[in-house]
Design a binder for this molecule. Structure first.
Ligand SMILES: Nc1ncnc2c1ncn2[C@@H]1O[C@H](COP(=O)(O)OP(=O)(O)OP(=O)(O)O)[C@@H](O)[C@H]1O
Ligand SMILES: [Mg+2]
Length: 240
């Protein structure tokens, strides 16, 4: 990358609490961070620190109570339905910890779904899905259903689905959390491999895995409801 990296996503003062009255508990208090275009940022933090909550807010699945999240020039918090859904469909890919494939759709159709929602012509969809199946090492499995696949294979399908529409931002919530080391490495390779393309997506990966954190350009840590956007000395943060 030449010159100053361009900021893709900027979060300022993002806050979210759950529960009412005396049971109210702040999960995010002051999340400040950014992701540059094409940059891979690993989001670390102990279990329950709010990593999934933050990813869900960025994806528009959940809402922040305050704070600003801008992606390119769009203020995500201000988007109302259906604009929010349309924005997500076009610009964001999401990889869930538990794969979340649709059981009644074949592997091919699971990957094709985001493209169909964007009304891509069928021929182009077929080409793109074939390319992704190949990258995932699943050429022969397009006609299978998710329950005929191993966990590692399902996760590669889920990653292929998240990348299908070439989103500007991919959010991955512990993408290797339920896989053994070898399957995790393969999933990570597919995810990170997307960054070899011309319009590499920004990637925000919530993880407990040091291997995933090591593969990232930068690490941010969620602790006590806060992320401080210090730019990120990766070595120092990996000591966490
Ligand atoms: N819908 C909800 N209602 C009430 N509390 C919630 C809700 N969603 C999350 N929480 C609480 O918010 C806190 C943060 O949860 P979150 O799932 O974001 O953590 P996490 O960092 O992703 O943890 P893990 O590493 O275990 O996945 C937890 O204490 C959780 O119980
Ligand atoms: Mg989580």
């Amino acid at each position: 990358m030449s010159g100053t990296p361009k900021i893709l996503l900027q979060a300022r003062g993002v806050a979210r609490a759950f529960g009412e009255g005396a049971r109210r508990r702040a999960v995010l208090e002051q999340a400040d961070f950014h992701i540059c275009r094409g940059e891979h940022v690993a989001l670390l933090g102990r279990s329950g620190s709010g990593k999934s909550t933050l990813l869900n807010i960025i994806a528009g699945i959940d809402r922040a109570e305050s704070g600003v999240i801008t992606m390119n020039d769009t203020d995500l918090a201000r988007l109302r339905e259906p604009a929010r859904t349309l924005f997500r469909r076009e610009h964001i890919g999401f990889v869930y910890q538990f794969f979340n494939l649709l059981p009644t759709l074949s592997v091919f159709d699971n990957i094709a779904l985001p493209l169909q929602l964007l009304r891509m012509p069928e021929k182009e969809i077929a080409r793109r899905v074939a390319e992704l199946l190949n990258a995932a090492g699943l050429d022969a499995r397009g006609g299978d259903y998710p329950d005929q696949l191993s966990g590692g294979e399902q996760q590669r399908v889920a990653i292929a689905r998240a990348l299908a529409h070439r989103p500007a931002l991919v959010l991955a919530d512990e993408p290797t959390g339920n896989l053994d080391a070898a399957a995790g490495r393969r999933a990570l390779k597919l995810l990170v491999g997307a960054r070899d393309t011309k319009d590499a997506p920004g990637l925000l990966t919530a993880t407990h895995s040091r291997e995933v954190a090591r593969a990232a350009d930068r690490v941010i840590v969620l602790d006590g409801g806060r992320i401080s956007d210090g730019g990120g000395d990766k070595q120092e943060q990996l000591a966490w």
